[in-house]
Design a protein around this ligand. Structure first.
Ligand code: AN7
Length: 367
């Protein structure tokens, strides 16, 4: 009988910081597909796999961190959570707070959240506050809010978020049999690159800057090596490339429209300790990669997620991709969250024709 995935806490319990009183708050997150991409492999001369994180319950990788963070809040006295968000964190927090029976407040940059993500926060019953500012302002306010009131912070500065997110690296190794040579992913607030690096290190039997010792002690290594971490930012929101925060970040990829990443030091450690890199791509490259991945590989991701593919293609063009390397590219969120950006100038309304076979076959060029 096929194995029914139990959610990442149940699947990876021994490598997560859980106590006996924790009852998992889960929607069955994790266990996402790792899809081989023939077109991207041909384009880069490598073996390229796509980790499709849009297949999580709320359509993004945020659910991995949220199941852990919300489980911990649920077993505490606190009855309310809050987060700042460019969209996906709020969607995930809203769903998991509902699951846990907790109140949820989300603070968002006004006018900069994709419609699908906003819809999620609303239907799951979160309290929405839109501010005249960007994500970095939202995070500053939510940090202050949660220090002042009995409200738990569920942004990725909450260490349990990264603990949940590291399981994506476990899944990659479990699927491939060992770590890939290179792991490529988009970077915004920089939690995810830090979490993947932690996961890869722990599976190879090592600590990383983000590790909690209890999750590494006495565990059998499951990998013989760690990958290089390649982080990709959007040109208009590329603090790691500039080497300092960006005051007014701007990009079509609103999910990574972040100028002052919270996990700065952890991400630099992931980049440097893995012998990796963090670079940036233009909005045009992002949109082109999104469209290519959908049309050639069959995976529809959101713009921020396509930054990873855009970066890989750019680095391949520059001769930076070793021949035959095994590469995993994380696409972090589902394309359905932001159909307006994906469609762009494309025509959406087809011509309406007569309801008969002749008209349809002729419209299709078959007759
Ligand atoms: C699709 O939801 O920061 O580098 O508030 O939604 O770990 O921040 C989202 C980030 C990549 C960047 N791809 O990950 C939020 C938020 C998607 C995202 C990122 C985000 P981090």
């Amino acid at each position: 009988m096929a194995h029914q995935w139990q959610g990442l806490i149940a699947e990876y319990a021994e490598r997560l910081p859980l106590s006996d009183s924790d009852v998992p708050v889960t929607l069955g997150e994790g266990g996402t597909p790792l899809v081989y991409s023939q077109p991207l492999s041909e384009a880069t001369g490598a073996k390229v796999f796509i980790k499709v994180e849009g297949m999580n319950p709320t359509g993004s990788f945020k659910d991995r961190g949220m199941t852990m963070a919300m489980t911990k809040v649920a077993s505490s006295e606190t009855r309310m959570v809050a987060c700042a968000s460019t969209g996906n964190t709020s969607a995930s927090a809203a769903a998991y707070a509902t699951r846990a029976g907790l109140g949820c407040a989300v603070v968002l940059p006004a006018g900069k959240i994709a419609a699908g993500k906003l819809a999620q926060a609303i239907v799951h019953g979160a309290q929405l506050v839109a501010i005249d500012g960007n994500f970095d302002d939202c995070l500053r306010i939510v940090r202050e809010l949660t220090q002042t009131y009995p409200v738990a912070l569920v942004n990725s500065v909450n260490p349990y978020r990264l603990q949940g997110q590291k399981t994506a690296a476990f899944e990659v190794v479990d699927a491939l049999g060992d770590a890939p040579d290179i792991h490529v992913l988009p970077v915004g607030n920089a939690g995810n690159i830090s979490a993947y690096w932690m996961g890869y290190c722990e599976y190879a039997g090592r600590m990383s800057a983000a590790s909690m010792e209890e999750t590494v002690r006495n565990r059998e290594p499951r990998a013989t090596r760690v990958p290089q971490m390649w982080g990709i930012q959007a040109d208009g929101a590329a603090p790691f490339v500039k080497g300092e925060p960006v005051e007014f970040p701007e990009t079509v990829a609103t999910a990574i429209r972040i100028g002052n990443p919270a996990s700065w030091d952890l991400a630099c450690a992931a980049r440097d300790d893995s012998n990796g890199l963090i670079t940036a791509v233009t909005d045009a490259q992002i949109l082109q990669a999104q469209s290519l991945l959908a049309a050639e590989t069959g995976v529809f991701c959101e713009p921020a997620s396509a930054a990873s593919v855009a970066g890989l293609l750019m680095l391949a063009e520059a001769g930076k991709v070793p021949p035959d390397a095994t590469i995993v590219c994380t696409v972090t969120g589902h394309g359905l969250k932001d159909t307006a950006t994906a469609l762009g100038e494309r025509r959406v309304d087809p011509d309406v024709i007569a309801p008969n076979l002749d008209a349809v076959s002729s419209a299709l060029g078959l007759s």
